[in-house]
Design a protein. Structure first.
Length: 396
């Protein structure tokens, strides 16, 4: 599909090599991120909304995570699945990374609060490499800590940079979002840190109007990983980027008029009522999150007047929009956390269970053994992993 570039003027077209740890400053000029040949163009007004009586979910299965004194999860902030293991980050409550087998058996956790070797003060984010090593970013000391496949501490990297989010790239590099290198101002909205020499290479420069933290965010993440593919969304812009082999290209392109101009963003900063007025008028798309893919589909969620989910078929290039994942066979959260064995994953939070939820399970068309499995979940359980398989929604 041949597309024209709709790059936002808010994104710089030059890549910078910023301040190295030695204090030297170098600058490298590069072209704007490439427009991929398979980039997807999105025109929301032309996409058909799914009939509320229909479903795109063809199959759902559930795995209950084991609960014991060591494995109590307070909140699920992020999930990674690799080598038949679930890695679950509880950033806000227990400040730990829990590891479970693909059958839900608890294996071990990283929970090392402190200031000593292998300990962290503020775990901002985490990721897992292809061997199963776990990396936790301590934003209090700008350190990346590496742990082995049984939770043993291996080493730490001094990055010289504070950041909000990261994912592992290739060749001892990490993809970072909203990185701070000198003072409180954002140096890079998106960049790559070379862990060998602390070099921060900037894809998109920080300090733009979108960086303002007073504007409510729909998403806690803007970097999303499906196997080895990383998606990045620059807030208030019309481009979603894919990062592969430490290179970035445009992957999904929305129409520019769907996004608020700088003037409106400035007004929102001064008066929060402005954002609600524009929600009510269904004028602008204010945020995008949960961008994941498997071999068949790409999925994402966006916020306009309310939350919507966009599902894109890779086989037919057709698209559909719906407002909720929940249907007669799915009883989890209305969001996707990642991909596991080719299926999209979500969770059932114990706090969401009530009499109505159990009645929906009883009235579903699920097999008896699955109904029994779901009824065994209670408010004292750990979250339950949901495996979701979508079906082709387009009839030729």
């Amino acid at each position: 599909m041949k597309l024209k570039s709709n790059s936002s003027p808010l994104l710089t077209t030059t890549l910078f090599v910023l301040i190295l740890i030695s204090g030297c400053t170098n600058e490298t000029n590069r072209k704007e991120p490439l427009l991929s040949n398979d980039a997807i163009e999105i025109k929301l007004d032309s996409i058909k909304h799914l009939d509320k009586n229909k479903s795109v979910i063809s199959e759902v299965s559930y795995v209950k995570l084991e609960l014991n004194d060591e494995s109590i999860i307070g909140e699920v902030d992020k999930i990674r699945y690799l080598n038949s293991r679930f890695y679950i980050f509880d950033k806000s409550v227990t400040k730990s990374v829990f590891v479970f087998s693909n059958s839900g058996k608890y294996l071990y956790k990283i929970a090392r609060l402190g200031k000593g070797p292998g300990e962290y003060i503020f775990a901002m984010d985490f990721d897992v490499d292809t061997l199963g090593n776990i990396y936790v970013y301590d934003n209090a000391r700008d350190r990346l800590l590496k742990y082995g496949t049984t939770g043993d501490f291996i080493k730490e990297y001094d990055t010289g940079t504070y950041l909000e989010e990261f994912l592992l790239g290739e060749d001892e590099r990490m993809i970072v979002r909203n990185a701070y290198k000198n003072g409180p101002d954002i140096t890079a909205n998106l960049g790559i840190i070379n862990l060998k020499n602390q070099h921060l290479e900037t894809f998109f420069k920080g300090g733009e109007i979108q960086d303002n933290f007073d504007i409510p965010r729909f998403s806690s993440h803007y970097l999303f990983k499906s196997d080895n593919n990383i998606y990045y969304y620059a807030r208030f812009t019309n481009n979603i980027y894919k990062i592969s082999n430490n290179k970035i290209s445009k992957s999904i392109i929305f129409e520019p008029h769907l996004f608020p101009p700088d003037e409106l963003i400035s007004k929102i900063k001064k008066d929060m009522k402005v954002i609600f007025e524009n929600f009510e008028n269904n004028t602008y798309l204010f945020d995008i999150r949960d961008i994941f893919e498997n071999s068949e589909f790409v999925i994402l969620k966006y916020k306009k007047i309310r939350d919507f989910i966009l599902l894109i078929s890779k086989a037919t290039e057709h698209k559909t929009i719906f407002s909720t994942l929940k249907d007669k066979n799915y009883f989890g959260e209305n969001m996707i956390y990642g991909v596991a064995d080719g299926k999209f994953i979500s969770i059932i939070k114990p706090i969401s269970l009530n009499k109505k939820w159990h009645e929906r399970v009883d009235s579903s068309e699920l097999k008896l053994n699955i109904k029994t499995q779901l009824h065994e979940i209670n408010t004292n359980s750990n979250p339950t992993i949901c495996f979701i398989k979508f079906k082709e929604f387009w009839s030729r």
